[in-house]
Write a protein that binds this ligand. Structure first.
Ligand code: NAP
Ligand code: MG
Length: 403
């Protein structure tokens, strides 16, 4: 078979520990034999981030803005222990945070659903994607403890000196107090990313807040979504046969549980934090959760939702074979290749991404699985190593490609 060609590059961001080992295996076994990979490579491994004073992360972020598609391996976010372990010059910020800041996007997390792998909610037969707004609210709050009686007020001073003031509470005893905010620009960019992603994935979009209680705050979110939908997206949604649906968060929870899944569920920052953990746990394994950062101006960065699987890496360093699940990392690659194909009108590349996903699913349904998945199956198959699992995918992929 002649290798599939790519017109434009994908921004490739290598990472750390066990996922870096899997990254190399995936390229070697599943990509390079079939595709003439065209990537612009950035080594975001902690050693190179330290060597470049983290410049490499910024360069990679700007490269995604240029080429519109990136794929990222999991990376270490340094803490005190990593400072010593890697003898770092500085405690660098999370690369994901840096890239999110450059692209100003929304993160969409979707579980990979495979027949044979039990979900905790049997009715969920299609994946539920959680879109979490990643800016502001309580994550940027100001809070204090109040130790004596007194009046708490909310005060805003405009640039023209005008003051808006409202009593929050007259404390008769000690208590706690909190102030939070968000910005129209960020809310609108969140809404736009959600509408664009729903159209790109051909999925219904649900959005929920608590606007019955936070009439102005959450009301602003609700109105921003509705206004954008009515003025810019309604026709495109209707033409695609898709629905935009707003409901109160309590009602949304009940409807999501009773549903078959398949929708994108957009949530404010805190709601998304909590609900995405609930959704991923209910669908099975952290290793089966994909993640894509989508910016309102059409840039896509694909990755696995899990970390660098440190515990497995230390075993690997001791020469042991591990049974680390590469599926979410494979799907980060297939997602990026499919998106590259779609943007470039490269049908062959899109088809390859699709085949790679099908071959991976087929391997799992055939009972060739890593340890984390074996534990979720009944009867429980014997777990294979990461290498054997990837080998199984390669066989099935080659068959699909007719070679
Ligand atoms: P983690 O790497 O996600 O692993 C936590 C545990 O989940 C593992 O020990 C393993 O459980 C299980 N697991 C996760 N992915 C798996 C896979 N692919 N196959 C099989 N089991 C898997 O989280 P962490 O240990 O908290 O973090 C490790 C490092 O990753 C940290 O340095 C953190 O900064 C970084 N991190 C990076 C990202 C990112 O780049 N997006 C995200 C999160 C964390 P068992 O040990 O029980 O097998
Ligand atoms: Mg959380």
């Amino acid at each position: 078979m002649e290798k599939i060609k790519m017109q434009n590059p994908i921004v490739e961001m290598d990472g750390d520990e066990m996922t870096r080992i899997l990254w190399a295996m995936i390229k070697d076994q599943l990509l390079n034999p079939f595709v003439e990979l065209n990537t612009e490579y950035y080594d975001l491994g902690l050693v190179n981030r330290d060597a470049t004073d983290d410049k490499v992360t910024w360069d990679a972020g700007y490269a995604i803005k240029k080429y519109h598609v990136g794929v990222k391996c999991a990376t270490i976010t340094p803490n005190a222990q990593r400072m010593t372990e890697y003898n770092l010059k500085k405690m660098y910020k999370s690369p994901n945070g840096t890239i999110r800041g450059i692209l100003d996007g929304t993160v969409f997390r979707t579980p990979i659903v495979t027949p044979g792998v039990k979900t905790y909610i049997p009715g969920w037969t299609a994946p539920i994607t959680v879109a979490r707004h990643s800016y502001g609210d309580i994550y940027k709050d100001t809070e204090f403890r109040i130790d004596e009686p007194g009046k708490a007020e909310l005060v805003f001073t405009g640039v023209d000196g005008r003051v808006q003031r409202e009593t929050i509470y007259e404390f008769e005893c000690p208590g706690v107090l909190q102030g939070a905010y968000n910005k129209d620009t960020s809310i609108e960019s969140f809404a736009r990313s959600c509408f664009e992603y729903a159209l790109s994935e051909k999925k219904d979009l649900w959005f929920s807040t608590k606007d019955t209680i936070m009439k102005k705050y959450d009301g602003d979110f609700k109105e921003t979504f509705q206004h954008l939908y009515d003025t810019e997206y309604k026709e495109r949604f209707e033409a695609a046969g898709l629905e935009y649906f707003y409901t109160l968060i309590d009602d949304a929870v009940a409807r999501v549980i009773r549903s078959h899944g398949g929708m994108i569920w957009a949530l404010k920052n805190y709601d998304g934090d909590v609900m995405s953990d609930m959704i991923s746990t209910a669908f099975g394994s952290l290793a089966m959760m994909t993640s894509v950062l989508v910016s309102a101006d059409g840039n896509y960065e694909f990755e696995a939702a899990h970390g660098t699987v440190t515990r497995h890496y230390y075993k690997h360093l001791k020469g042991e074979k591990t049974s680390t699940n590469p599926v979410a990392t494979i799907f980060a690659w297939s997602g990026a290749l499919k998106k590259r194909g779609e943007l470039d009108g490269n049908k062959e590349l899109e088809q390859f991404g699709q085949y790679l996903e099908e071959a991976t699913m087929q391997t799992i349904t055939d009972g060739v699985v890593t340890g984390d998945l074996a534990a979720l199956m009944d009867p429980k198959p014997q777990a294979v190593t990461s290498e054997e699992f990837i080998g199984g995918i390669r066989e099935r992929l080659a068959k699909k490609l007719g070679c």
